[in-house]
Structure formats: structure tokens, C-alpha cells
Design a protein around this ligand. Structure first.
Ligand SMILES: [Cu+2]
Length: 499
């Protein structure tokens, strides 16, 4: 045994003895005062619930996303009645894609519930007679077994009732907890309940309700028609869609969230899951305050907040600069390839001192950063005329291809080949072009006499329709020879795997 080793062992023994002494000292004299402090001060004692609010019942105002009920504005607890009906409804998950959702109140996420700390909540859960399944509700705001699940198990056409006391303030997720639980949640059975602290939250100009959820369909992303739930993908945590408020595009276009310059905005954000944790971010904004995990303390000046499945956060920020702000899950493939994108549209006067807009555009050869892709609101329908195909393809090109090949099809010298006048396209060897796009391209390639040696990723996650549109657009743009690519031609090459 070396000297060093023996010395080390000696030191270890000595410290073990010291630890044992400390432990026995603790055993001899337990610090009762500290323990009492622990239990009385931490966690904070519940509100005074010895007094029961009067028998007058207040009906809770429930709202559909992205709307939020008004503040309770009450100075003391009350008896609040919540009536929520479970409905199974077929609704669009994306353009041309239907899904049979299971919902609390007919929407995904379910109706927003707003109560105050100390309220006695009389909860009525009805399961619509058209339902195929029994359902129940587990509210994370409930202190009691199962969060109410066992007391609220309700067969189709029945109604259940239970009562709970809202002991803890915060923003809480509720969800169905009927077996198989993850399937009920994956079908859209979740929502938020806010328990206001006494005095309420600081007032803001606008409040919105947004929840992220992951969905698992038998068909691929954007595969058309009524899609069935895919249990295997759910177990493997391989979502087909990751979306805000239940469907792709539910916060885009006309349905964007809105605010005016100078407004204070609050987003009650939750994640239904069933699997994913969100990295929630608003592009071009900083959250002034984040009540992390839906609790009652806030962190300031946050860029991206992480919200777990079955968790929430309250996000407060002021909007100062007009424009469109994208809400995303910053796990970016979810935003760009699975639907997790929405918009907050801020209107009002510009303040050039806060944000100048573009001040210069000069050619900086190699260093030119690719443009941020423009996000598409929806996929085009499947039977299109050539002109409609060109129009749909143009949008898709802008969002998917132009970052590299440029809006003018010029490519970038030395790194990205042109599509404008590309001899690949002029030769009109459609099968080859389709193969290149489906399978990607890497290694040396000569386009119009110039050599390129780079990598293009595969685009086979786009549907046959989408690829037909984008290639028809490319063939009919920038002096290319024209013509049309049909979805069937894409299907053929996809099938044969040919390049
Ligand atoms: Cu259910």
C-alpha cells in the first residue's frame, strides 16, 4: 500500500468520524424551533378557510381560447359554480387535415377557468350524450386525491359534481385522467385554471390564453383527410404535429393575437403535452416578467421560458414596436415542420429610436445571411389548376427554398446553385429534378457551367401536393421553360426511389 493511499484513507476515516459526531449531536438536540419554523413558514400557511363563504353562488365565466375571463375583482372568497361539458368533435388540425378531438367545452385547449384563492368551487362535469368514451377531470389546482379525477368519472350522457377549495394561487393545468390517460390528453383534453392570489394579478391591457400540445396521427404531417390517433408514435414520443391551441394556424392570419403599441400583454401559457416540454419564445420580444411554472413569483427579462408537460407560465410584456411577432416553440423543427407557430400582431405608430427598420442593404458576398423563412399559414388543397399550383408553390418556395436559392432563384455565388435558367430545369428532366428535391443532393454538381459542392437537405417530408406546387412554380419562374408537375409524378419517383 503506498503512503499516499494510506494518508488518503486516513483523511477519509477522520472525516467520517467527524460527520458521525455532527449527526449524533443533531440526534441529541433536535432544533425544534427550526422544525416548527419549517412547517409554519414554509410552505406559506393556506388562506383562512375556516370561514365558509356565504351560500350565494357565482357562476364562473368560462372562455374559449385565446380569450381569458375578466379578473374576478373580488375582495373575499366566494362559492363559484363551474359547468364544463366534455364533447368529442371533429375539427381541422391543419388545412385539409381533420382529427377527432376530445375536448373540455368544445375547444382545444378547453375553456379557461378563473377563480380566486380561498374560493369554494362547485364543479359540474357533464359528458355529452354523443361521446363514445367516459371522461373525467384532474385539476392541478385541486388539493385532494387525483385532483378530482375519481370524483368526476362520467359516462357519456351523464354529469358528475364535486367541490374543492382553491387553496393555492397560481396558473394550473387541468386534464382528463381516464385510461388510457396519455391518449385522452393527446386527443386534446387539457386546459388552464387560474387561481388569483388575493388582490389579483397586476392589471394589464390584454390577456391571452395559449397552450401547446403534441399530436400523433397515422398519416404524415399534412397528409390529408381524417387522421386517426397513432399510439405507437405517442409511446415513441414522435409527434406528427406540435401546435398552439390545438391546430396548425389557430393563431395565424385573421386569428392572430392582437395588441396596440404601448399595451401591456399577458399570455397565460400552458403545455398540455402529453409528452413534450416547450421552449416558449416570442420572436422579437423579451418577457418583462415570467411567473415561472405558473407560480406566484416572477423572474424578469426572460427570452425563452421552459414549460413542462402539465405545467404553465404567466408571461407579461409590453409591446413598443409595431409589427408581427411570431410565437414559437424554440425547439425549431417543431415551429417550422410541425406547426408550432402563431403570431401576435402589434399595430400603431413606429418609434424609429426603438427600432429603425432596415438602414442599409449592401452586397456582402459570402457573409450574406440567409433570409429568415416566411411562415406559411396553410397547405393548399389537393386539386388545383396550374395557376393555383403556381400561386401555392410561390408561398411554399418563399418559406422553404428561398432562404438558400433566393427569392429571384439566383442562388448564392460559390455555395448555392441557381434555379433561374438552371440547365437541370431547362433540360426538363422532371424525374431527375423531383429526385433531387425528394432525396436531397450533396457532393460536386455543375449548374450552368459553374461547379458547386455543397449539401441540400431532403424535402421528402413535404407532401406530393406541396412538392408538385413548388416545382411547378420553379418551372414557371425566372425564365424557366414552364410546364407542370403533378402530384402523381412525385408519387411515382417517391415510390421508385429514383434520382
Ligand atoms: Cu377523457
Amino acid at each position: 500500500m503506498s503512503k499516499d493511499f494510506r494518508r488518503t484513507i486516513g483523511v477519509l476515516r477522520a472525516s467520517a468520524i467527524a460527520l458521525a459526531l455532527v449527526a449524533s449531536a443533531c440526534e441529541q438536540k433536535p432544533d425544534v424551533g427550526a422544525m416548527q419554523r419549517h412547517f409554519t413558514e414554509h410552505p406559506a400557511p393556506p388562506p383562512d378557510v375556516t370561514s365558509v363563504p356565504s351560500d350565494d353562488r357565482i357562476m364562473a365565466v368560462l372562455t374559449s381560447p385565446p380569450n381569458v375571463p375578466p379578473p374576478t375583482n373580488r375582495t373575499k372568497p366566494a362559492r363559484v359554480v363551474v359547468k364544463l361539458t366534455v364533447k368529442e368533435v371533429v375539427m381541422p388540425m391543419a388545412d385539409g387535415v381533420q382529427y377527432s378531438y376530445w375536448t373540455f367545452g368544445g375547444t382545444v385547449p378547453g375553456s379557461f377557468i378563473r377563480v380566486r384563492q380561498g374560493d369554494v368551487v362547485e364543479f359540474h362535469l357533464q359528458n355529452d350524450a354523443t361521446s363514445t368514451m367516459p371522461h373525467n377531470i384532474d385539476l392541478h389546482a385541486v388539493t385532494g386525491p387525483g385532483g378530482g379525477a375519481a370524483s368526476s368519472f362520467t359516462a357519456p350522457g351523464h354529469a358528475s359534481q364535486f367541490t374543492f377549495r382553491a387553496l393555492n394561487p397560481g396558473l394550473f393545468v387541468y386534464h382528463c385522467a381516464t385510461a388510457p390517460v396519455p391518449m385522452h390528453v393527446a386527443n386534446g383534453m387539457y386546459g388552464l385554471i387560474l387561481v388569483e392570489p388575493p388582490g389579483g394579478l397586476p392589471p394589464v391591457d390584454r390577456e391571452y390564453y395559449v397552450m401547446e400540445g403534441d399530436f400523433y396521427t397515422k398519416g404524415k404531417y399534412h397528409a390529408k383527410g381524417l387522421q386517426a390517433f397513432d399510439m405507437d408514435k405517442g409511446i415513441e414520443e414522435r409527434p406528427t404535429y406540435v401546435v398552439f391551441n390545438g391546430a396548425e394556424g389557430s393563431l395565424l392570419g385573421d386569428k392572430s393575437l392582437k395588441a396596440y403599441v404601448g399595451d401591456s400583454v399577458r399570455i397565460f401559457f400552458g403545455v398540455g403535452g402529453p409528452n413534450l416540454t416547450s421552449s416558449f419564445h416570442v420572436i422579437g420580444e423579451v418577457f418583462d416578467r415570467v411567473y415561472m411554472e405558473g407560480g406566484t413569483h416572477y423572474q424578469e427579462n426572460v427570452q425563452t421560458t421552459m414549460v413542462p408537460a402539465g405545467g404553465s407560465a404567466i408571461l407579461d410584456f409590453r409591446v413598443q414596436v409595431p409589427g408581427a411577432y411570431a410565437l414559437v416553440d424554440h425547439s425549431l423543427f417543431r415551429a417550422f415542420n410541425q406547426g408550432a407557430v402563431g403570431t401576435l400582431k402589434v399595430s400603431g405608430p413606429e418609434d424609429k429610436l426603438l427600432y429603425s427598420g432596415k438602414q442599409e442593404d449592401s452586397l456582402a458576398e459570402k457573409e450574406q445571411a440567409p433570409q429568415a423563412p416566411v411562415l406559411v399559414d396553410s397547405a393548399p388543397p389537393s386539386t388545383l389548376t396550374r395557376d393555383e399550383r403556381i400561386a401555392a408553390g410561390k408561398t411554399l418556395f418563399a418559406s422553404t427554398c428561398s432562404a438558400c436559392h433566393q427569392a429571384t432563384g439566383s442562388g448564392l455565388p460559390g455555395s448555392i446553385p441557381p434555379l433561374a435558367g438552371s440547365d437541370f430545369l431547362v433540360k426538363n428532366d422532371k424525374e431527375r429534378v423531383i429526385g433531387v428535391v425528394l432525396n436531397g443532393l450533396s457532393g460536386p454538381v455543375k449548374v450552368n457551367g459553374t461547379s458547386f459542392n455543397s449539401v441540400m437537405p431532403t424535402w421528402n417530408h413535404l407532401t406530393n401536393d406541396e412538392l408538385a406546387n413548388v416545382l411547378t412554380y420553379v418551372l414557371n419562374s425566372w425564365g424557366n421553360p414552364g410546364g407542370e408537375v403533378a402530384p402523381a409524378e412525385i408519387a411515382k419517383v417517391r415510390g421508385s426511389g429514383a434520382i
